[in-house]
Design a protein around this ligand. Structure first.
Ligand code: EPZ
Length: 421
């Protein structure tokens, strides 16, 4: 298991090219199961989560070729069973459920297990697919669906913590091949959901209300193959933007999806960070003091929960007291105890933290627990005194393409070291 060894102190200066979006690529790859024809997907980031999804498609019978960011996939004949050993590696694999039911009339997909960021039920996925007419039971830890022909209807996907991203994806994909019209109320409108909807339309699907909380889907019998380029990753871009802010750097984030980052960029500006939107991307720099702030996570276009940990890292060195409230995954604070190991002054109260900025963090060994928490620890290591070792960086490889090489190229003192612990 690799670790990162980081010497803090260098400002991040230069250009970073933002990769394709993980959270867009995963459901789009699953959507290729809806057609027997070939699909060609461009700008697919080289991440372990992507490799897991390609493994699942191959297991289901797909011909898959992945090279230089382009996936060619053909799901001519597929089987409908995705076992625990395959699905347990990645929760997002649940988004094959809708396409399998729509394509095969049945599916058996292992129920995703526990997750360190909190309780992540799929009740909304299941109730939405049941409303389309699928008979679904949980048998021996598997979601077992018998469906036959699905029929369009009106479904509300708003849950206790707002809308569900992968739940909207699953129901939308199944509805594309259902008989009649489906109306999804309380749909998630994250840019990644919008990208999936546009991909489905490029396969011949009939969807209106894209990007809104009310999606209308006219079911059709067959979908055809398509060639599509996915959006770039707003969370990767946001992470590097925080890196420039924390290190008093000056970064140009090439192909950053500026229009998808409004709430994050607004907060950075409030903290005294200079944001310049340019033709091919975003320039982020800081020269003055970093001001404290308050954020509350919510569904898009609100402040993304996937940027919460990175902003906690930033607050540890900001002037004054910051407040961070997590409303989507109330227990998503695994990074807090590790930031405290670097000397941060933080109070954790239920689903919020109060962070009192200090002059300087000091390097220490820390343990990554999940994808975004590990990004926060890397950012903290970039500004800490001496050396920080971030262990278990396999978490970060799930969602950041070659992050250590990208950081090295803009001046960070970071090294990937193979480690047995
Ligand atoms: C997606 O997860 C993202 N993953 C997550 O990113 C992201 O944090 C999350 O959306 C929220 O934005 C991918 O796109 C692969 P949800 P998802 O269903 O779809 C509750 C990352 O770091 N809920 O929108 O699984 C749920 O418990 C990852 O890249 C139900 O109650 O999240 C949560 O509180 C981490 N019942 C809230 O809704 C359900 O059936 C939002 O979850 C489904 C969800």
């Amino acid at each position: 298991m690799d670790k990162f060894v980081i010497k803090g102190g260098n400002p991040l200066i230069g250009k970073v090219t933002i990769s394709g979006s993980k959270n867009s690529a995963l459901p789009i790859l699953a959507a290729t199961l809806l057609t027997p024809e070939e699909c060609i997907i461009h700008r697919v980031p080289d991440l372990s989560d992507i490799r897991y999804m390609l493994e699942i498609l191959k297991f289901l019978g797909a011909q898959v070729h992945y090279e230089k960011g382009t996936v060619r996939v053909k799901n001519k004949i597929i089987n409908w069973i995705a076992p625990y050993d395959l699905v347990r590696k990645m929760r997002a694999s649940i988004c094959i459920l809708g396409p399998l039911i729509a394509r095969c009339g049945k599916a058996r997909v292992s129920l995703p297990g526990g997750c360190v960021i909190g309780d992540r039920p799929i009740d909304l996925h299941i109730s939405g697919l049941q409303k389309l007419g699928a008979n679904i039971d949980i048998i021996k830890g598997d979601v077992v669906a018998q469906g036959g022909q699905l029929r369009g209807t009106t479904i509300n996907l708003r849950g206790l913590y707002g809308s569900t991203v992968l739940g909207t994806d699953n129901v939308m994909m199944a509805a594309c091949r259902s008989e009649g019209t489906t109306i999804i109320e309380g749909a998630a409108c994250e840019p990644e959901v919008e990208d999936l909807a546009k991909f489905l339309v490029s396969m011949g699907a009939k969807i209106s209300g894209i990007g809104s909380q009310r999606l209308i889907i006219e079911g059709i019998k067959e979908l055809h193959g398509s060639e599509y380029t996915i959006i770039t990753d707003r969370i990767e871009a946001g992470t590097f933007a925080v890196g420039a802010a924390m290190t008093k750097g000056d970064l140009f984030l090439e192909q950053a999806p500026v229009n998808h980052m409004t709430s994050v960029l607004e907060k950075l500006r409030d903290c005294g960070v200079t944001i310049q939107v340019e033709e091919k991307g975003l320039r982020v720099s800081r020269s003055g003091p970093l001001k404290a702030f308050e954020i509350e996570t919510s569904s898009y276009p609100g402040f993304p929960t996937d940027m919460q940990a990175q902003f906690c890292a930033m607050a540890t060195i900001a002037c004054g007291k910051s407040k961070v409230v997590e409303n989507i995954f109330p227990n998503r604070f695994m990074h807090i105890s590790e930031l405290k190991r670097l000397g941060a002054n933080i109070e954790l109260l239920k689903n919020e933290v109060h962070i009192y900025g200090i002059e300087r963090l000091s390097g220490a060994p820390v343990m990554a627990s999940d994808l975004r928490a590990s990004a926060a620890l890397v950012l903290a290591g970039l500004v800490a005194d001496n050396t920080t070792e971030v262990h278990r960086v396999y978490h970060i490889d799930r969602g950041y393409e070659k992050i250590d090489e990208k950081l090295l190229a803009v001046g960070a003192m970071i090294k990937r070291v193979y480690s047995k612990t």
